[in-house]
Design a protein around this ligand. Sequence first.
Ligand SMILES: NC(=O)c1ccc[n+]([C@@H]2O[C@H](COP(=O)([O-])OP(=O)(O)OC[C@H]3O[C@@H](n4cnc5c(N)ncnc54)[C@H](OP(=O)(O)O)[C@@H]3O)[C@@H](O)[C@H]2O)c1
Length: 244
Amino acid sequence: MSDLKGKIVAITGGGTGIGEGIARKLASLGCRVAVGGRRIEKLESVAQSIKSETPVYCHTLDVADPDSVKDFFAAVKSHFGDPDILVNSAGINIQKRTMAEMSPEDWDRVMQINASGAYRCIYEVLPAMRERRDGLVVNISSVAGKRAITLGGVVYCASKFAMTALGTAISNEVRDESVRITNVYPGEVNTPILENRPNPVSQEHKDSILQPEDIAEVVATICALPPRANVPEVVVKPTKQEWV
Ligand SMILES: NC(=O)c1ccc[n+]([C@@H]2O[C@H](COP(=O)([O-])OP(=O)(O)OC[C@H]3O[C@@H](n4cnc5c(N)ncnc54)[C@H](OP(=O)(O)O)[C@@H]3O)[C@@H](O)[C@H]2O)c1
């Protein structure tokens, strides 16, 4: 396995949930970690609670806003340098998820964050990775990016299928330049996104599903593989969750 010490990692959505879990894990392995999200207080509280050799760097980021994306990556570059690893974990879902309930504005908002947002972030980091002939992008998609499940809803599934195709298509384009892309498809994970479910989620259920650190372990393993090895896709689900 490769030593991750000193690797520069940018994590979108790094202030909570899966992104936070990945930030904690990679910082503990010696990576220089930058986290972005819209709420600076969430980013700062995560950064302060991680006791790593290199303090975690935070900067606001709205992946739906092209200028904000440019500002974030410029700030990461000037603070640490070009990212070796990008983790796209920023994402949302809406409460009203059926075609009957959701509005065209809901469609635009979710697509802008989950699909176009991931594209824009990859767009910012890819040229330097191609030039260096080294780099890894990890897309936190979802099982809803593999199967159009009712629980995910219309636009969430569509946005995650878009993220899936984005990762696969770019990966095929850059494979001869030694740049790797991995799409991770988590099942249910106990994170704040569950608060936006149409039906409340019980504490018992939250305790029984995946925890952010489970996804972080998988991502850390992928990051530590030698550059010759690429994991295109990985599904990680709670043992009790159905997979068909
Ligand atoms: N939890 C699950 O069951 C599950 C399963 C499969 C996949 N996922 C995916 O995992 C990823 C992380 O979600 P999570 O479960 O960890 O939930 P979460 O805690 O709500 O994390 C989502 C993060 O994305 C950030 N974010 C949202 N909109 C953003 C924007 N426009 N620009 C920048 N950051 C934005 C949020 O921070 P701000 O609000 O401060 O911007 C938040 O930190 C998402 O893409 C989600 O779809 C989750």
